[in-house]
Design a protein around this ligand. Structure first.
Ligand code: URA
Length: 213
């Protein structure tokens, strides 16, 4: 399934990111804030048990999250997004993946860019809820490769993809190959340009967050 988080507050944060005049400090802080509220939205739909809790004055009914979370950072643009998510999922395990598209691969047919995964370090993922954070789901090539590699490592309970902007063609490709994943996003843009960037999108999320433009 794909869930678009359409609430006005998150959409106002997305508008700050899209604005070309937003400087990298504000951009990075805004991505972090989005991460926090996306994690809150995801947390609403995890599994919880009913528990009793002892207060200083008696016993109350409460809830305890059953799901163990593995947050996965796709370097580098996801760093501030994960930073924000960890404010909600304080007890999450953390996995790190360095992956990039091979940009000047002349062989790519349409959306099918080559992908190089140069680093991957994950905790045990069996029975856990994996949340892969990547602000931009563009062609889907990187995500398809990451999901395939991840599934070789174990059997997670659930895999969630947390993105800020998704491109419709990328969503369709990922969901065709990995039907079992859930995507949380703030927007689905229709187009990709010939370099595989999302239009209108927000530009290069890594460059904009780290001031490397
Ligand atoms: N990565 C980005 O940072 N931006 C895009 O538009 C596509 C991929």
């Amino acid at each position: 399934m794909i869930k678009i988080l359409g609430n006005n507050y998150l959409q106002s944060l997305l508008t700050i990111l899209r604005d070309r005049k937003t400087n990298f400090v504000v951009f990075r802080e805004t991505v972090k804030e989005i991460g926090k509220f996306m994690a809150y939205e995801i947390a609403k739909e995890l599994d919880y048990s009913d528990v009793n809790v002892e207060t200083p004055l008696g016993i109350a009914k409460g809830k305890k999250r059953d799901d163990e979370i593995v947050l996965v950072i796709v370097l580098r643009a996801a760093l501030p997004l994960v930073h924000g998510m960890m404010e909600v999922f304080r007890d999450s395990y953390l996995g790190v993946i360095a992956a990039k598209r091979i940009e000047n691969n002349e062989d790519h047919a349409g959306l099918d860019f080559g992908v190089e995964i140069s680093y991957m370090k994950l905790p045990n993922i069996d029975d856990k809820v994996i949340i892969i954070a990547d602000p931009m789901l563009a062609t889907g090539s990187t995500m398809i490769s990451i999901l395939s590699r991840l599934k070789e490592l174990g059997k997670p309970k659930r895999i969630i993809l947390a993105t800020i902007i998704s491109a419709r063609p990328g969503v369709e490709r990922v969901m065709k190959i990995h039907k079992d994943i859930d995507i949380y996003t703030l927007a689905v843009d229709n187009e990709l340009n010939s370099d595989g960037y999302i239009v209108p999108g927000l530009g290069d999320a890594g460059d904009r967050a780290f001031g490397t433009i």
